[in-house]
Design a protein around this ligand. Structure first.
Ligand SMILES: *Cc1c(COP(=O)(O)O)cnc(C)c1O
Length: 453
């Protein structure tokens, strides 16, 4: 390590409080100081390169410093930086809204903007609640979610989630959500397909909706993959059953595609695989290609119309964020959508997904791997102490952290969640880079499962 790197590291620790981090870890764990980045590669101040195998927290899809996206932002900066979106508008936000509506199911016709994923969730739950209120359904005050779900960190969004690590401490502050067991196919019986399991698990949802629909505003789900819950996956069948049930019981469906949207699961949006349209679609992360903070909530004409009234009714949606619909964010998002339009991204990803599948075959029979699962450009390897019983490694042993350390020393940035090692790289990764990545992960896993703990 050069003196420049170590000085920067010291300055960082003197003032910066990092997200989702026990800062004391950094007494022994060096911070990765990134000087620059291009494509899938990050570079530190000593010239070492690291493959960004997790798309910088799932946001980057077309690589770092992508020419088209960077240029679009820089062109936008010559024209208009940011202006409030109340009473004002601009061409980038109009074009982006038109294009988002264009690629969505036909019923989603209205775009509301915020500046991060959690805020999009806040918007969706407030809008749903407020919709019912404007329609005279004041008993509807509750939300239904799935176990092991994740929808962000602000208090409303945190209330919608169920991952104990993030939620438990704040429990006294949270909304009273009804949690239904997830259709996560990790828990299916031997010989039972993901679809059969989804159908079986849906009975819990059906029962809750039957009993509580009079007081429920909406059901909120992460379509197909519960990412922060450890990349747990489930059959699209669950989504089609859920859509039918929400219609039957008069309850909204909120699809949180913040992590899975924009091609991640093999289709542009995960909901497409079930052929359904939600009442609210939340987007963020890859919306701007991973360049700028921005989020959008798409909803339907009936929802929009429930707020459209004389001012004196006080039915308007009075929610706002300072950076709502930032022109710079819109420019980045438009450039991102242009890449989808002009390059056959979804098809190209299919080939990369197949390469991942082939490369990850090697883990299937490993005595410490409970499951290798994949949904499009997400691959997860779940490590356990014992394959047959699926007994987990004690969490205090932090085996995933050992994989992280090894990978970082060997040019790969992974960030296992507990004992789940996963790959979720930018779509510009090459087959050779996939092989390198899987090789490094394999050696890291080998070391981590054999260590004394
Ligand atoms: C990341 C994420 C969020 C929260 O987005 P932030 O921008 O981090 O607030 C919400 N839902 C899902 C499914 C996510 O993966």
């Amino acid at each position: 390590m050069t003196t420049q790197t170590s000085k920067l590291g010291q300055r960082d620790l003197a003032t910066v409080w990092h997200p989702c981090t026990q800062m004391k870890d950094h007494e022994s764990l060096p911070m990765l100081l990134v000087k620059k980045a291009r494509g899938v590669w990050l570079e530190d101040f000593d010239g070492n390169r690291y493959l960004d195998a997790i798309s910088s927290w799932w946001v980057n899809i077309f690589g770092h410093c992508n020419e088209r996206i960077s240029q679009a932002i820089s062109r936008q900066l010559q024209e208009l930086d940011h202006v409030l979106l109340a009473g004002c508008s601009h061409e980038p936000v109009i074009r982006l809204s038109e294009q988002l509506v264009d690629i969505m199911p036909a019923s989603l016709t209205r775009c509301f903007y915020a500046d991060n994923g959690s805020s999009a969730i806040e918007v969706a739950i407030k809008m749903s609640f407020h919709y019912w209120r404007n329609r005279g359904r004041e008993r509807k005050t509750r939300f239904v979610n799935l176990s092991n779900s994740y929808h962000g960190e602000t208090l409303g969004a945190l209330s919608m989630g169920d991952v104990a690590l993030f939620r438990e401490t704040y429990e006294p502050l949270l909304l009273d959500t009804i949690t239904v067991p997830s259709p996560d196919s990790f828990h299916s019986e031997p010989g039972e397909s993901a679809q059969e399991y989804a159908i079986r698990m849906f009975s819990h949802m059906e029962a809750v909706l039957q009993e509580h629909h009079e007081e429920v505003c909406a059901v909120i789900v992460e379509p197909l993959v519960q990412c922060a819950g450890g990349m747990r996956m489930y059959s699209p069948k669950y989504l089609s059953l859920l859509r039918e049930a929400c219609d039957k019981y008069g309850v909204h469906l909120i699809a949180d595609e913040i992590a899975v949207g924009f091609g991640r699961t093999g289709t542009m949006f995960a909901c497409e695989q079930a052929g359904i349209a939600p009442d609210f679609m939340c987007l963020s992360k890859a919306l701007t290609g991973g360049y700028l903070p921005m989020s959008a909530v798409l909803t339907t004409d009936p929802v929009y119309e429930a707020f459209y009234d004389e001012y004196e009714t006080l039915n308007a949606f009075m929610h706002s964020h300072s950076y709502t619909g930032s022109a710079l964010g819109c420019a980045a998002a438009l450039a991102t959508l242009e890449i989808f339009k002009e390059e056959n991204v979804i098809e190209a990803n299919r080939k990369l997904s197949r390469e991942f599948a082939e490369q990850c075959e090697r883990f299937r029979d490993h005595p410490n791997v409970a499951e290798v699962r994949q949904c499009g450009m997400i691959v997860a390897i779940e490590l356990v102490k014992d394959k047959a019983s699926r007994e987990p490694f004690p969490w205090q042993q932090r085996r995933g952290l050992q994989v992280y350390r090894y990978a970082l020393q060997h040019g790969v940035l992974l960030r296992p969640m507990a004992n789940v090692v996963y790959f979720m790289p930018p779509y510009v990764i090459t087959k050779e880079e996939i092989r390198m990545l899987v090789d490094v992960a394999e050696r890291g896993i080998e070391l981590a499962v054999k260590s004394e703990g």
